[in-house]
Design a protein around this ligand. Structure first.
Ligand SMILES: [Zn+2]
Length: 70
């Protein structure tokens, strides 16, 4: 793993419901995440994702890994 390929980078590149994420085993909901683009909320520039809590890439365990507390 390099500095440019850390957990956060991978999360953004293989975002929930994206084709890349699905190929890597993501179990999040493609349509609800606009196939990896996420949904924009009024007044925010940041997309929101709906994740499957059991997803190996974006679920609870993956989030704890990302935060370094697993
Ligand atoms: Zn996922």
């Amino acid at each position: 793993m390099t500095d440019t390929d850390n957990a956060q980078t991978r999360f953004l590149r293989d975002s929930p419901g994206s084709p890349r994420g699905l190929k890597r085993g993501c179990t999040c909901f493609p349509a609800e995440n606009r196939f990896g683009s996420g949904r924009l909320q009024p007044g925010s520039d940041y997309p929101v994702f709906v994740v499957d809590t059991e997803c190996p890439l974006h679920g609870i365990n993956a989030m704890l890994d990302l935060l370094g507390i697993n």
